[in-house]
Design a binder for this molecule. Structure first.
Ligand code: KG4
Ligand code: ZN
Length: 347
């Protein structure tokens, strides 16, 4: 692999303000994540508040990432920034900062796709990973299945047709009394519960595809909870109810992952995205891998959720980039995985 000096990664696509330094061999020297907590009171991310919070926090987060890594601006070979997909106002904060830094230092600015960061995370965790491998990206904004043929070479074979898995967990979690984001608390409170106590629907599409749908199970869970609160259905132990709902989501995710690995004869699978922190999902995938003789790569929790190390790591294999002048790098809120960065400003 060609090497370059350390790359500064910047990630502000949603509600994590993050900066990281990755060296030319792909080693993480620092990975600083400020998770915005102010959205808890609103039941979801408030875009305007998120972008203001990024603007206030990003300079300090970048300084901390450099200090922990023991590097200065003089050492940085490039700045890699998430340019999309994501919330436009949030993306713009990271892009404006990165653009200014790259221009001031005269170093390349690499516009990185957020989903490419997630897709690369298993390879980052295990540099000797076999290709092709299959990655499940499950987060608050995405539920996708991607075959990775090599660094930067993707085939998107499944995506959600409505809500993302994390979105369904967060919305139902809110109905049953948790603050946003509810995923980690559902994971904790469903532990030990009976996943077969309440039968929830799992969406299946006719044909050979691997698409997901989570809006049906979300609505079914909301109605079931209401029925039990209002006495139309018998009460169920809270841990059992949560375990049943959580299982409906993670089994839908893993069913398609397993089927895709079998049908495409792929021996190595990886997880990424905030929902990949879920212990029930991780157990399901590792048990399946063990029984079927496959390899499952599950990055540490802080690399599953949004972070800038994955953005800097993509920057390492993209370096020196497409020679796009920093002034032309812009936020691309709907940038699809695998599409080249659009040269024309998108906003
Ligand atoms: O990747 P991420 O940090 O941000 C997005 O790009 O969306 O994912 C956040 C999502 C939220 O929906 C959150 O509830 C979910 O990941 N999440 C979890 C767990 N930890 C975070 N879901 C289930 N179990 C967890 N342990
Ligand atoms: Zn993400």
């Amino acid at each position: 692999m060609k090497t370059c000096g350390p790359i500064l990664g910047i990630e502000t696509s949603c509600d994590e303000t993050a900066a990281a330094i990755v060296d030319g061999h792909g080693r993480i020297l620092s990975n600083v994540i400020y998770s915005q907590t102010l959205h808890a009171d609103y039941g979801g991310v408030v875009p305007e508040l998120a972008s203001r919070e990024h603007a206030g926090r990003l300079p300090g987060v970048v300084t901390a990432a450099m200090r922990y890594a023991g590097v200065t601006w003089d050492d940085c070979a490039a700045v890699a920034v998430t340019a999309g997909p994501g919330l436009v106002g949030c993306l713009l904060v990271g892009v404006a900062f990165a653009r200014a830094a790259a221009r001031a230092r005269g170093i390349p600015l690499l516009a990185i796709n957020h989903l490419e960061g997630h897709a690369h995370t298993p390879a980052m965790t295990e540099p000797a990973i076999a290709y092709p491998h299959l990655v499940l990206i499950a987060s608050g904004g995405h539920s996708s299945l991607v075959i990775i043929d090599g660094p930067g070479r993707f085939r998107l074979i499944g995506r959600t047709r409505d809500d993302a898995a994390g979105e369904a967990l967060d919305k139902v979690g809110k109905i049953i009394g948790y603050d946003y984001p509810a995923g980690p608390e559902l994971d904790r409170d469903g532990e030990g519960g009976n996943p077969r106590a309440v039968p929830f629907p799992k969406a299946r599409f006719a044909g050979q595809g691997y698409d997901y749908s989570f809006s049906g199970v979300k609505t079914a869970a909301a109605l079931d909870w209401q029925d039990r609160q209002e006495g139309r259905k018998p009460p169920v132990d809270r841990a059992d109810w949560i375990a049943s709902f959580e299982s409906a989501i993670v089994e839908a995710l893993s069913d398609n992952l397993f089927r895709a690995a079998e049908e495409h004869a792929i021996a190595t699978v990886g997880l990424s995205g905030g929902v990949a922190r879920n212990r029930r999902l991780r157990r399901l995938v590792s048990d399946w891998a063990e029984t079927t003789g496959r390899r499952a790569i599950m990055p540490v929790p802080e690399l599953c959720a949004d972070n800038a190390a994955m953005i800097a790591a993509v920057g390492i294999y993209r370096y020196p980039g497409d020679d796009i002048p920093p002034a032309q790098v812009d936020a691309v809120p709907n940038w699809q995985l695998g599409e080249p960065f659009p040269r024309e400003p998108a906003v």
